[in-house]
Design a protein. Structure first.
Length: 273
């Protein structure tokens, strides 16, 4: 039997599967076992079934003593999973793209999700740390459409890393990305067999030729986004930081240009009659 109650501006629906649907921040939420819950819950959105199956295969490769985080695309939706260390069950969530633009896939209740736009103080702290070159290089690489690993891959004197867990390092990196870029990127931490072919991953994954390893990202070619973000943080310009993180992606700009062009063509045709 379903139990209905109001929660914020949305409707919470609880069942014996522990699912939640139609809340302001998430479309669907439920538990998933360490072995992968299969078949998928009956009230999971149909467009997520294939992604759910891939997630179940991935889960079985995640060591129980490790944190596990994954986000995959499911049509216009996003399916995410979070496992705590030694947890028998994880939390699965489905977001619309609008919801995902404000989501923190690296945090689950009762922990407080991080704000989509980080504070200037947080960003300054990242750039003062030993991983600053990694964060800037990785952010530019993801903006450019490359795939990156956040796993320590052989520390050297030139490429030292802090002692953060890969999931925490990925969480910091995520908040350096424009929201429009986050909407198009996928996550798999860890993914030793590269089952999800994610954009942000950890290993050990070997030397995948299409993935920028963490210890090489300090040498990633400088780009306009990285330089603009670094300059805004150095100057303490919170307004510019927010503008950069809220900027449209090249794909969005191209789509908007196409829509305007079609609009002008239609308008010209109507006025020419």
């Amino acid at each position: 039997m379903f139990v209905h109650r109001k929660k914020g501006n949305g409707l919470t629906i609880q069942s014996d599967q522990g699912t939640i649907v139609n809340t302001p921040k998430v479309m669907w939420e439920g538990s998933i076992s360490r072995e992968g819950t299969f078949p998928a819950p009956g009230n999971l959105p149909q467009t997520c079934l294939a992604a759910w199956s891939r997630i179940c295969d991935w889960i079985q490769t995640v060591p129980k003593e490790q944190l596990g985080v994954a986000v995959v695309k499911a049509g216009r939706l996003r399916l995410g999973v979070f496992f705590g260390q030694n947890a028998r069950e994880g939390v699965a969530r489905v977001w619309s793209k609008r919801q995902f633009s404000q989501a923190d896939p690296f945090t689950i209740p009762p922990n407080t999700p991080k704000a989509p736009i980080p504070s200037l103080e947080h960003l300054e702290g990242l750039l003062r740390g030993s991983d600053s070159a990694f964060y800037l290089g990785a952010a530019q690489a993801l903006v450019d459409g490359a795939k990156v690993s956040v796993q320590d891959c052989g520390k050297t004197e030139q490429n030292k890393f802090d002692n953060l867990d890969p999931v925490e390092r990925a969480s910091n990196l995520w908040r350096l990305l424009p929201i429009s870029v986050r909407l198009e990127r996928t996550i798999a931490l860890p993914d030793t067999k590269n089952l999800l072919n994610a954009d942000i991953l950890s290993g050990p994954i070997g030397d995948l030729p299409h993935v920028w390893q963490a210890d090489r990202l300090g040498d990633y070619p400088e780009g306009r986004y990285e330089l603009s973000l670094h300059e805004a943080i150095d100057q303490g310009d919170q307004t510019m930081v927010e503008k950069l993180l809220n900027r449209q992606s090249p794909r969005q700009v191209l789509l908007m240009g196409f829509i305007l062009l079609v609009g002008f063509i239609i308008m010209g045709a109507l006025l020419g009659k």
